[in-house]
Design a protein around this ligand. Structure first.
Ligand code: NAD
Length: 685
């Protein structure tokens, strides 16, 4: 029998099989909830059916709620009504899980009397990552099976767990190897008409010291975000309140968070991430097939990129210029896999298979088998141009040629080959096997197939590929430069590094800019500044504090001193007298009477600089979508996800006031700070 909203019900003997068919992820939209309620009403009334199974067509069980509904008024029937209908139908209902059972999908399963799953199923309640909490009973039902601490971890950290783990936690009743539906029907019959409602169970007793430790750890890791705090409070209610009161507490918090700015920001990033992996229509093309990739340069980036490629099933030729560097790079990859095995994050045979696809070499002829070449040698245009001339000689015709440059002109590199149409930038972030962001840089001549290959490689590596135009620093480093410059201006104007860092950490940045600079090494920026010195206009405000620190041998954490001192590797909380002296002297040279800057002023100036640069590069077409900028800053530069990214942040401000403040800042900063037309940030919202 077909019911509303792609829900079907079919009687198999004495079991009613209710199937949700709502591709791609069987989201519990309003229509699906309506269909489920109708099916459950029919099942309850049908005296010939002693039990029911809820299953899903397609690749997955219900993998979540329709997130677009969150921003809209609530639409009846709501999920808790469906949950109650399952719990109160008087006959057992079994959930047959496959693919993913997440959020509302897993809550639905928890309302059932038993759950069976195929071995590859993943389950979880990831609502906190979207700034909300489970709103249909997840916080009350889960701890009744797992205990408080485990539920706090699972919900608070948005953990996804595998079917075998869920079985061990008593969250599912069986992991099925044969046909899933048959097993679910057998399970439904085996219940013999008995209801086994989780809502009737008590939360297992737990030592309160353990609960409090878990709460403290989870709050610290999750930066005490409101949704996390609400989730923890709701889970704790499960142990102290009768279930209906606990459910009411959960619901109240859910409804409050649902319309919060933070939830809106997190939903924005969620959709921005999905959009950023799509090329604009005019560049749509079929990606080329990749099996073997040649990585040139076995340094920090080359080895990270190699690991990422090996993890994705590709063959890797790692090419170096001298044998010692080759051996070091090769060893770094092998050690990585050895550590994965030692820490039980990978099985030995998996690690061995992955490293068996690595071939390190000094022989350029080995490049011939590569479908893609990724250059990751020193950041020096002449060196890279020389390497690309050589690549042009050794790479097979039609191979895709990529550079991992951070700042250099892609076209100046591509032009040294006879095939600039095959060249693109693949800007990985460090550590390349961990960081999710990948800027796919479009050169003047890059053909669509080559760009499509870059984007599809990004997805294959489980990264977030974002298209960027060929401009100094592409999207991310260009914005970061503007941000860092502004922070340096603030040093000259009167702030100390720890004041700037602490204000920006308070805003939500993962680290402050000066702590980041110390971590990456000040000499990288120093070298770049030296290379630009000849072309820098003398009237542009240039802060030379970093150069002076480098001249004094303070290259950052690796030398035990940079903007901060490091004792036993630990950053000291304040800058020392030498650094303060250097900063004061810089202020003096510019004729500035130092004045302290409030935390608000620091945050505001930094954000204005970021937003201004975002608008400039969007206006220039370096980013093709405004939301791509948010993905880049959240995933590559520690911008707080819950602020939605700089473009989202800008859209929450009064537009005219923002433009006015940027004008004022431009006057304050002088030549070199070009005030942007902000309108591009507010189009197509
Ligand atoms: P690195 O100094 O750690 O490694 C560079 C390696 O390239 C060295 O092992 C060197 O021996 C090798 N090499 C140099 N010339 C070569 C040649 N002609 N043939 C073969 N091998 C050669 O540098 P890195 O940090 O890995 O950076 C590499 C590239 O990645 C640079 O363009 C850099 O801007 C970019 N990048 C770096 C980071 C980062 O955080 N380190 C992040 C993103 C992008």
């Amino acid at each position: 029998m077909a019911l509303a909203g792609a829900v079907r019900a079919e009687v198999q003997g004495d079991v009613c099989v209710i199937t949700i068919d709502n591709p791609p992820i069987n989201a519990t939209s309003q229509a699906i909830r309506q269909g489920l309620l109708a099916a459950l009403t029919d099942f309850k009334a049908n005296a010939n059916c002693q039990a029911a199974v809820i299953a899903c067509a397609g690749n997955t069980f219900v993998a979540g709620t329709d997130i677009r509904e969150f921003g809209q008024p609530m639409m009846a029937p709501i999920l808790p009504e469906v949950m109650r209908a399952i719990e109160e139908c008087g006959k057992p209902v079994v959930a047959a899980l496959h693919g993913a059972a997440l959020g509302g999908g897993f809550e639905l399963a928890l309302a059932c009397d038993a759950r069976v799953a195929d071995a590859k199923t993943m389950i979880g309640l990831p609502e906190v990552s979207l700034g909300i909490i489970p709103g249909a009973g997840g916080t009350q039902l889960l701890p009744r099976r797992t205990g408080l601490s485990r539920a706090i971890r699972m919900i608070g950290c948005s953990q996804r767990i595998s079917a075998p783990e869920a079985l061990a936690l008593n969250l599912i009743d069986a992991v099925v190897t044969g046909p899933l539906l048959n097993a679910a029907i057998d399970k439904a019959r085996a219940l013999g008409g008995r209801k086994c409602r989780i809502r009737d169970e008590a939360v297992p007793a737990e030592d309160s010291a353990l609960t409090e430790k878990t709460v403290a750890d989870t709050l610290r890791e999750g930066k005490r975000r409101p949704a996390l705090q609400a989730a923890i409070e709701a889970v704790k209610c499960a142990a102290t309140l009768p279930i209906d009161q606990g459910l009411a507490e959960e619901r109240q918090r859910f409804l409050q968070l649902r319309t919060s700015r933070e939830a809106y920001a997190l939903r924005h990033v969620f959709f921005a991430e999905r959009d950023s992996a799509k090329l604009p229509a005019e560049l749509n093309a079929k990606p080329l097939t990749l099996e073997t990739v040649c990585v040139i340069g076995a340094g920090t980036m080359g080895t990270g990129i190699a690991i990422s490629l090996l993890d994705a099933g590709l063959r890797v030729v790692l090419l170096e210029q001298d044998d010692a560097a080759r051996q070091r790079g090769h060893d770094r990859v092998i050690t990585h896999y050895r550590n994965r095995v030692a820490t039980q994050k990978m099985k030995t045979e998996v690690a061995l298979e992955r490293q068996s696809r690595l071939h390190s070499s000094l022989d350029w002829a080995d490049m011939a088998s590569a479908d893609l070449v990724i250059e990751a040698v020193f950041e020096d245009l002449a060196v890279k141009q020389e390497v690309f001339r050589k690549i042009d000689r050794f790479a097979r015709p039609g191979a895709v040629l990529a550079t991992n440059t951070s700042y250099l002109d892609l076209d100046a590199i591509a032009r040294t080959t006879s095939r600039p149409q095959d060249v693109l930038g693949l800007h990985f972030f460090s550590p390349a096997n961990v960081m999710k962001l990948l800027e796919v840089v479009r050169g003047q001549d890059s053909r669509p197939e080559v760009l499509a290959t870059g984007m599809s490689l990004g997805k294959r590596l489980r990264k977030l590929p974002v298209l960027a135009g060929n401009a100094f620093g592409f999207i991310g480093n260009r914005i970061y430069n503007a941000y860092r410059n502004q922070c340096e201006f603030m040093l000259e104007d009167g702030a100390w590094p720890e004041e700037v860092d602490s204000a920006l950490k308070q805003f939500g940045m993962a680290m402050g800019p000066f702590a980041v600079a110390d971590l990456s090494g000040l000499d990288i920026a120093w070298r770049m500044r030296q290379a630009q010195a000849a072309t820098r206009s003398p009237s542009v405000r240039y802060v030379d504090i970093l150069d002076r620190l480098c001249e004094a041998g303070r290259l950052g954490r690796k030398t035990g001193a940079g903007y901060y001192n490091y004792v036993d590797g630990q950053q000291q909380p304040t800058t020392d007298a030498q650094v303060r002296g250097t900063i004061k002297a810089a202020s003096q040279r510019r004729g500035i009477v130092r004045q302290s800057l409030s935390s608000d002023t620091i945050q505001r100036r930094a954000m204005l600089a970021i937003v201004n640069e975002a608008a400039r590069l969007l206006g220039e077409g370096v980013a093709s979508r405004a939301s791509d900028i948010d993905v880049v800053m959240v995933h590559g530069y520690g911008f707080p996800r819950w602020e939605g990214g700089p473009v989202f942040w800008a859209r929450q401000q009064y537009r005219d006031a923002l433009a006015q403040e940027i004008q004022t800042l431009a006057c304050q900063c002088g030549e070199g700070f070009v005030a942007a037309d902000l309108s591009v940030l507010f189009e197509n919202q």
